[in-house]
Design a protein around this ligand. Sequence first.
Ligand code: ADP
Length: 518
Amino acid sequence: MQSGGSYGPELLGFLELLPTPAVLLRLDDGAIIWLSSSGAGLIGAEENSQVVGKSILEFVATEQHAFVTRDMHKLMQGADRVSPLVYTLQRTDGKTGSVHVESIPLVFNDTPAALSLLVDVTEREDALIALGESETRYRSLVESSPDAILVSVAGEIVYANPTAAADAARHGVTELEGCSVFEFLPSDPDHVGRLKQLYTEGGVLPWIETIVRYHDDHAFPAEIHTTLIAWHGEPAAQTVVRDISRRKAAEAEIREYQDHLQQLVDERTRGLERAMAELESMNLDLMNANAAKSSFMAAMSHELRTPLNSIIGFSAILEKGLAGELNEEQAKQIEIINAAGRQLLGLVGNVLDLERIESGRTEVITRELAPVDMAIKLVEMVRPLAENKGLHISCIPGEDLPQRLRTDQLKLEQIIMNLLANGIKYTDTGSVVLSLSADEDWFRFTVKDTGPGVPPDQHDLIFEEFYQHSTRDNVAKPVGAGLGLAIARRLADLLGGRLWLESEEDVGSTFALELPLA
Ligand code: ADP
């Protein structure tokens, strides 16, 4: 049975005076009987006549229709009020709003009706939704954080995120909420003082590195950072605890590795220093040995020269028959002794030369000379040797040659004589030619023969000491000691020039000597 009083049109004047928008609904079908002008504004209508007669459901979000119908039914059944509800309003201008509705039953003009008082809560609802969203965001951030996060009010933990709870559980602490935050975080007066200050003055405590304990026997290095936040309206400290034990371990490992590396470097350096010292002493030994070798060679060569000169001189006297007539066999053998003596004397001379150059005792004495005259003189000196072998020998001075050349004449003559003698020695048929040419910077002497040539792989080897190339059958057996070219190249170096071989096998050899003109 319908409860509430029975009213006529005078009620409407009274309702219009209320500060709260109001609406009268017919209970059996929910049609709007009357709407206060502020109520019309709420719904977005310009006048209440625009909405009177329409069903209230037109202005309520579809998903809430069931609540409207249920409450009207309750009032119809005699309930003297229904619980207030917040409805989503579908305004006539298409916008939505939120309205808090409280309804009571009454009879208006003999019709069972509901009087609903409406309070616009759109702004509050929007704010609540935004707050809810930001709370959800905060929660999801805090809950998914890999850092442990503790919220404490007046030093007592009121919230621990899952990471904090899991860390604590691992170390035997099952319930963090309710514990004092100082059981875990540094309880030194400095930190406690700063935390208190944070509660009263707000702000942020910067990151500090400290030791956090979840259990008496388990402490780990951590970085902590505290901010003041509101927790259910109360000031609270939110502390982020970042476990840095892994980073610390890695740092320690790197330090250890660095120390180890340093040790290795030190050891290597010591080893190197030892090796250097050994090398230095070996070098010294070598220099001493070299000096000993040089003085031995010099002494020995001088010692050999005197008896060799006797052998050569007396064998020559015997050979010429000055000490009495020799028979044919004796003459042949004396000739061999004499030739061998001269060869040995040559070798001793070469050894002495080389030793003098190597020990830096060879002096270079330069003076001006006429290169063409000198070349002709040298060719004439060896002409008998060449012609004895049936070889043609000549000197070809090029065109536009400089008249003068400034160098050490004796050394230059020694080099060219060696090249000419080799040309004659290794050539069986054909010719040996000494040519002269020059450009702006260099004066060039070339000795070209038609001998067997030298294979390309030995072009440098033949300039080494004691190197002799005699592998080919058609090469005459060498009668030297393999020192001539080694000395010649060293002399060329001493004169600031260069000596090299251009040779084609089976065509002949061309040795070139270049001396600087400047
Ligand atoms: P040696 O003539 O006393 O053996 P050298 O130092 O003068 O020593 O020459 C080294 C080697 O170079 C010789 O043994 C020879 O094989 C090669 N050689 C030098 N000159 C010629 C040349 N004109 N033709 C061919 N081979 C040569």
